[in-house]
Design a protein around this ligand. Structure first.
Ligand code: APR
Length: 298
């Protein structure tokens, strides 16, 4: 039987291995307490609007305005959100433990905004605030573009409350017809004038090869004591595979999620059921200290 909701047992484990290597695999549940919806849980935007149809190169080719509206809305929501205590706890762990690497599937930039050291963070699925050229022959990439709206035609995606809405709210109410935005009004590459696209990994696309190589180098540097699996359904590959990769290097799995499937855990593994924003600060307290009033540590 795995060890469920036993915080003292986890603290004992954590403090007896002060120099060990720690990995984390994070997903949308990490940002749930910041008010960003998960993909497959209740209220998931992607489920309501069929992510597999919007988050693909084919969808972008067919209707770039629709896909941009979806991403402009997600950019706006992420900009409005604030990092929560779970992002701050992982950032504090990274500052305390140089041998901690955090792999996140989230593209919302909240871990970065919590001050997670970039050298200890790998964004598997890219970043909403990276723009890149849709033309594969063009190498143009722009980082940290937080303009909102990105171009005037995407302003409807920045409207969050019906009271402020001058046009129908896209992607919130499935019954409201979406605004059609012609390609001529969308962001363009300054180098080649092709369309720009969000710098995220779409369904059917490969993850960045150099990034995957760096992660394998880290994995192969030695044994791993624990892998935190935080707020992810761990259904999407290759991300989900890192749990097995870590376990193969000796790691105990520590799942932090509102739903924990105990049958998937081994007898030495830990499961903590609840909100990551509440649980992670408590689980990591022996290393990062207690929370200050502003939600940070140390
Ligand atoms: N605290 C912890 N876990 C939570 C919380 C919370 N407050 N709220 C929800 N969860 C859990 C859910 O139980 C679920 O297991 O977070 C998980 C979210 O799972 P998904 O919605 O499937 O998100 P994720 O695993 O990040 O998806 C992976 O799939 O759609 C693609 O590229 C997209 O990066 C994404 C990838």
């Amino acid at each position: 039987m795995p060890i469920i909701n036993d915080i003292p047992a986890f603290h004992a484990f954590l403090t007896t291995n002060p120099n060990s290597r720690i990995l984390a695999l994070c997903g949308a549940g990490l940002s749930a307490a910041s008010g960003l919806p998960t993909f497959r849980g209740a209220g998931g935007l992607w489920r309501n609007h069929d992510a597999t149809r919007l988050a693909t190169p084919e969808a972008f080719r067919a209707d770039p305005g629709l896909v941009w509206l979806f991403y402009a809305y997600r950019r706006h929501m992420a900009l409005e959100a604030k990092p929560n205590p779970a992002h701050h706890a992982l950032a504090a762990l990274a500052r305390q433990r140089r041998k901690f690497l955090c792999l996140t599937q989230n593209v919302d930039n909240l871990s970065q905004r919590a001050g997670h050291p970039p050298s200890q963070l790998r964004t598997l699925h890219g970043n909403l605030f990276t723009l890149k050229c849709f033309n594969r022959r063009c190498s143009h990439v722009e980082h940290n573009n937080t303009a909102d709206p990105l171009v005037p035609s995407l302003a409807p995606a920045s409207v969050t409350t019906p009271a402020d809405a001058t046009r129908p709210l896209p992607l919130v109410d499935a019954d409201v017809p979406l605004v059609h935005i012609p390609a001529s009004e969308l962001p363009r590459c300054p180098q080649c004038a092709s369309l720009l696209r969000p710098g995220v990994v779409w369904f059917g696309e490969q993850l960045d090869g150099a990034l995957l190589g760096e992660i394998y180098e880290w994995l192969d540097e030695g044994p791993i004591s624990v892998i935190f699996v935080v707020g992810t359904g761990a259904q999407v590959w290759p991300a989900a595979g890192y749990v097995q990769e870590a376990a193969a290097r000796g790691a105990r799995v520590c799942v932090v999620n509102t739903e924990v499937a105990e049958e998937t855990l081994g007898p030495e593994d830990f499961g903590f059921v609840g909100d990551a924003a509440v649980l992670l600060p408590r689980l990591l307290e022996p290393v990062i200290g207690s929370t200050k009033d502003d939600g940070t540590f140390e």
